[in-house]
Design a protein around this ligand. Structure first.
Ligand code: ADP
Length: 544
């Protein structure tokens, strides 16, 4: 017997309609790429999104066509997403931080037909355009007065493009499983692979993200997604904030400590989200200027592990609750969030911190298990390590055009490529990416744990640990350090600092100091580059 409830397809553009109808005057504030702060609201954005949809239809864009965006978090970028999805086309976010060859590969692989881009990227787009085989329309997200002079075929200013669009355009109706968004993973090995979100997965994921024990969004919140929309859907915020009616604050291109602090303060931001490198810059800025953020109640840190010292600084010095989150492009991206539970909320602070350093517990809609080399499930005892596998309605079941099929098994589990522990309270801890794990004498060493402790040293700005060949143990850890400006520390001081905080046999065999650690396009430490640079490094213990 079937239920007798309505069939109301979960389509993402229904979110902007809801926001326009019930939270229409709620502000959306952008630091525009042109410079000035621009104020709008959900009602205006809904109207302008319909203009985008109608103008795209005028170009012949229809159901299933891919429309690329290369843009910062701005009002116009949000409008393109809703406009694109409202005709059943697919927004495809291009990460401008990738190498030009990778962008060309991705845009050609996706067969993008239109490219919306910010003025910041005009030169890059000019360079790429001759190699983009399927892109026929280039629309710069600005007005005629600010349109850059660039040699880009048929270049149009966004405001001109939508000027004659119909603001009462009727959204198209289609099945909720229809493709909605496309985002390629960075592909540290091999070519980037496309993750193709559906309307249904994006809407369900937005519900999940908004939950009280996830990002805890409410209409009274002022939310600033610093995490870019081209990095895994800005962690759902472009959908979940309008779904709830939060004020939305969009930082545009300026992500340095000073600019971020200015937006957080002036717009009364209560909740924000970004990767640790952004928070490192903000915390250094706050320390230097003595400023505080009294309105801010919580900050989401994800994309890489949040070091204990960072969590402590936000919570103790500034009174801002940290929610440590883990996820990946293939999971829309949220997988776990580190909110407190009844078993730990009343513990002394240091013990609560132990939980906050873990990556969190999964919300409803994410199933997890860890497996050993033989694919057998490992115990959830907080000690056993294993490859982390996941399942759920907002988890990829395949990559675009069938690549990377080996990551999906016949029972529907996706292998995240992360190595983790699961504890009896439901918290997951990432110990490493499988390809970064150090195997010393047959035992695993967690590089992430050593790195997180090392950055707690007052002189250390950033730390990375890689495995280096060792004649007796196969591999031993090498600690690579970037010192804070004007600070100093010796090899011995750092090793002494780690003593007692990690198992003896995890102790790095050596420490090297570098000016900079390379990062990937999504802000992670680029271990492949470090392994290349230090692959032949001779450890002082190697003769032993
Ligand atoms: P990329 O394209 O760089 O792989 P993703 O955002 O999809 O971008 O990366 C997902 C990966 O990032 C995860 O598999 C995990 O290794 C890492 N990651 C994300 N959040 C955390 C976290 N809180 N702690 C540790 N690692 C994390």
């Amino acid at each position: 017997m079937l239920g007798l409830m309505q069939d109301w397809p979960l389509l993402v553009h229904k979110i902007i309609d809801h926001a326009a109808t019930y939270h229409g005057t709620r502000e959306v504030v952008t630091r525009s790429v042109e410079g000035p702060i621009v104020r709008s609201n959900y009602a205006q954005i809904a109207r302008r999104s319909r203009k985008v949809a109608s103008a795209l239809e005028g170009l012949g864009i229809a159901l299933g066509d891919r429309v690329a965006t290369m843009a910062w978090n701005t009002q116009r970028h949000i409008e393109t997403w809703y406009g694109i999805t409202g005709i059943g086309a697919v927004y495809h976010t291009l990460n401008p931080r990738l190498f030009p060859d990778q962008i060309v590969y991705i845009a050609n692989h996706a067969e993008d037909r239109v490219l919306f881009f910010d003025i910041t990227f005009a030169k890059l787009v000019e360079e790429l355009a001759p190699r983009l085989k399927t892109v026929k329309h280039y629309i710069c997200l600005t007005d005629a007065a600010n349109l850059p002079k660039a040699n880009i075929p048929g270049l149009v200013a966004y405001e001109d493009f939508i000027a004659d669009g119909d603001e009462s355009f009727a959204w198209k109706e289609f099945d909720e499983h229809t493709a909605c968004g496309l985002c390629y993973t960075s592909g540290t090995t091999g070519n980037p692979k496309g993750v193709l979100y559906s309307h249904r997965s994006n809407v369900l994921h937005a519900f999940v993200a908004a939950q009280a024990d996830a990002m805890g969004l409410r209409a009274v919140d002022s939310v600033m997604p610093i995490v870019p929309m081209f990095h895994a859907n800005a962690w759902a915020l472009a959908f979940s904030a309008p779904m709830v009616g939060c004020k939305l604050v969009l930082p545009g291109p300026k992500l340095d400590g000073d600019s971020v602090c200015e937006m957080l303060t002036n717009e009364g931001v209560t909740m924000t989200a970004a990767v640790p490198t952004v928070w490192l810059a903000l915390l250094q800025y706050l320390e230097k200027t003595g400023k505080t953020l009294p309105k801010m109640s919580r900050v989401i840190i994800g994309g890489s592990a949040a070091p204990r010292s960072m969590i402590e600084a936000f919570e103790k010095q500034y009174g801002i609750t940290v929610i440590h989150a883990w996820g990946m492009t293939e999971m829309s991206p949220l997988g776990t969030l580190g909110t407190m539970k009844p078993n730990n909320i009343d513990l002394p602070y240091e013990q609560q911190l132990d939980y906050k350093c873990r990556q969190g517990h999964p919300p409803f809609g994410v199933e997890m298990k860890i497996v050993g080399d033989d694919d057998r499930e490992q115990p959830r005892d907080g000690h056993a390590f294993g490859r982390l596998k996941v399942r759920g309605p907002a988890v990829a079941k395949a990559y675009f055009r069938g690549e990377g099929a080996g990551s999906f098994d016949e029972d529907g589990w996706f292998d995240t490529g992360d190595v983790a522990t699961l504890d009896p309270d439901g918290y997951m801890t990432i110990t490493d990416r499988a390809k970064d794990v150090i195997k010393s004498g047959g035992e695993w060493i967690s590089t992430i744990e050593i790195e997180n402790i090392a950055v707690g040293h007052p002189s250390v700005a950033e730390a990375a640990v890689i495995g280096v060949a060792h004649p007796k143990w196969d591999e031993r850890p090498l600690l690579i350090i970037v010192l804070k400006a004007g600070k100093s520390a010796t090899r011995e001081e750092l090793l002494t600092y780690l003593t007692g905080k990690i198992a003896k046999w995890w102790m790095p065999d050596d420490v090297v100091f570098v000016d900079e650690i390379p990062h990937t396009a999504t802000g992670k430490i680029q271990k492949t580059a470090l392994r290349e640079r230090f692959g032949k490094y001779r450890l002082p213990t190697a003769a032993a």
